[in-house]
Design a protein around this ligand. Structure first.
Ligand code: AMP
Ligand code: ZN
Length: 522
């Protein structure tokens, strides 16, 4: 079945849901603001990339040829999104007494490890900001005369030189409603640096020569340049977290208007991208989302506690990307159970399909726990994609499933309603007495959008060992086998004692669990 519903997406620029009309027929070009690699990403950051990934998968599902670009910011992002504070990278390098290049490399690898663990597809290109500095200087030179002015600290963009500045944010930039004027001499509070000069007498670890002296590009300039260089203006969709709607993206838009010599934003294409999309935040009440707090919520923390990373992906899919999502361990546990049920169904279906060539090979990259060594992860990232796993060749989903696929398509096409799409997938999982291969094919077609890796995951993959657990799986299995023997011999005292022994070591025995889960490490 070909997806036939028309894809509509919410455009933050118009604050309306609009039909997707590609700039280039049959294609979709998407740019996602990537991480600033000065620290590990927290799971809220990763929500932004799960969202962008689902968008990309939905566009592929709808038949568009996707070109997705995600950038890596390794210079220029200040501790305040407006022009205040220090460069995040420089500050971390000083704190850790390491070179910025090493810091950038380390955290880029850590981010990529999370990307893999969440089954986020590789974009067509990762653009790294420091690879584009000559293009950034050329872009700045092109707009400097009409739109910029120079101060001792750098080259500034005058936001009054473009029409509709701040429309994306619905911001007021005068009457004190704009941002605090942190830099003396700025013409408007919202003006921002597109080139930051190295202060006299100082040397920065990362600096380049420019017509305005030695210095470094501004963060907003980077994304304008990289998106335009790789995708061409105008491209289709620009994504980021909702905080970017307030400062970063309005500033990118202003630069793009200046660069493209266009003005008003009534034609959305004048902003550089036709559609600007923003995911809402993942929130956590106790403040553990802050990268500055000691043990903040990294994906690795979830894994260490025994939650498979794809349970977090499922948690994200349960909410609409434009809604705030509150994180809780209970919620994550419930998402893991939901994932286990789906994986169990798929395992049972696979067992019912007669073996064919290649079946039984354990597929590569099956979505198990990521390696703790980010280097190893990246080596795999850099390699060409392995051939698709040799599982059972699936037929096209049969006619039995067409109504479900239609509803799934309608949900996805309705501004990426993954919460509904997921329930349709679960309905299919629950259908009885149908051809298992066709049912598997239907689940596979839907999972191509949701990205839960359902056809490759096994229940064993989902049973992650909490880092704090001291008992090994082999010990648990041996004790459970002894308990089984005791029960068979009706020696219930011994059976109970063995159960208590396991409980004392953090193992909960789950007799009669509907998912067939015999034990769980707490
Ligand atoms: P940064 O590395 O700080 O530039 O952030 C990377 C991405 O994560 C950006 O798109 C942010 O808008 C997004 N982001 C930051 N915090 C959260 C959060 N709590 N929930 C969802 N997205 C977030
Ligand atoms: Zn950006």
């Amino acid at each position: 079945m070909e997806p036939s519903a028309s894809l509509t997406l919410f455009n933050s620029l118009t604050r309306r849901t609009e039909p997707f009309q590609p700039v280039h027929a049959g294609e979709a070009r998407v740019y996602t603001c990537g991480p600033t690699v000065y620290n590990y990403p927290h799971i809220g950051n990763m929500r932004a990339y799960v969202f962008a990934d689902v968008l990309g998968r939905a566009l592929s599902f709808k038949g568009y040829r996707l070109t997705h670009v995600i950038n890596i910011t390794d210079v220029g992002h200040l501790t305040d999104d407006a022009d205040d504070g220090e460069d995040k990278m420089e500050r971390m390098a000083a704190a850790q007494k390491q070179s910025i290049w090493d810091i950038a490399e380390h955290y880029k690898q850590a981010y990529w490890a999370d990307v893999r663990a969440l089954n986020i597809r590789q974009p067509a290109q990762w653009t790294v900001a420091t690879d584009y500095v000559p293009q950034m200087i050329a872009f700045a030179e092109g707009i400097a005369e009409k739109h910029c002015y120079e101060l001792d600290s750098g080259l500034y963009f005058d936001v009054s030189t473009v029409a509709d500045y701040g429309r994306l944010a619905r911001a007021h930039t005068d009457d004190g409603e704009g941002r605090i004027e942190a830099v003396e001499g700025k013409r408007n509070a919202a003006d921002f640096a597109i080139w930051r000069k190295t202060p006299a007498g100082e040397t920065r670890q990362m600096e380049w020569d420019s017509p305005w002296g030695k210095g470094a590009p501004g963060w907003h300039l980077e994304c304008s340049v990289m998106s335009g260089a790789v995708l061409g203006f105008p491209f289709d969709i620009h994504t980021g977290g909702i905080d970017h709607r307030e400062i970063h993206h309005p500033n990118e838009i202003a630069q793009n208007q200046a660069h493209c010599c266009t003005n008003g934003l009534d034609d959305a294409a004048n902003s550089g991208a036709r559609i600007w999309m923003h995911n809402n935040f993942l929130v956590e009440r106790s403040g553990k989302m802050s990268k500055s707090s000691g043990e903040f919520l990294r994906l690795q923390l979830l894994i260490d506690k025994g939650y498979h990373p794809l349970a977090y992906r499922l948690l994200c899919l349960q909410a609409h990307y434009r809604s705030e999502l509150e994180f809780s361990w209970e919620g994550l546990g419930a998402a893991l159970t939901r994932l286990k049920r789906l994986v169990m169904v798929v395992e049972q279906l696979k067992a019912r399909i007669p073996p064919r060539h290649g079946e039984g090979d354990h597929p590569q990259g099956g979505g198990g726990a990521p390696s703790e060594n980010p280097e190893a992860e990246t080596q795999r990232l850099a390699e060409p994609a392995p051939p698709p796993p040799a599982v059972v060749p699936l037929p096209v989903p049969g006619r039995n499933f067409a109504p479900y696929l239609e509803r799934f398509d309608a949900a996805v096409s309705d501004d990426l309603n993954t919460a509904i799409a997921l329930t349709v997938l679960e309905e299919v999982a629950a259908i009885k007495k149908v051809d298992p291969a066709e049912k598997l094919a239907a689940l596979d077609a839907m999972d191509a959008v949701l990205g839960l890796n359902l056809l490759n995951l096994t229940r064993a993959d989902l049973r992650l060992r909490p880092k704090s657990a001291e008992i090994t799986e082999a010990e648990i299995e041996a004790t459970l086998a002894a308990r089984k023997e005791a029960r068979a011999a009706k020696d219930f005292a011994r059976s109970d004692a063995l159960r208590d022994e396991l409980a004392a070591r953090g193992v909960e025995v789950m007799d009669g669990d509907p998912l067939g889960w015999e034990w769980k490490l707490g």
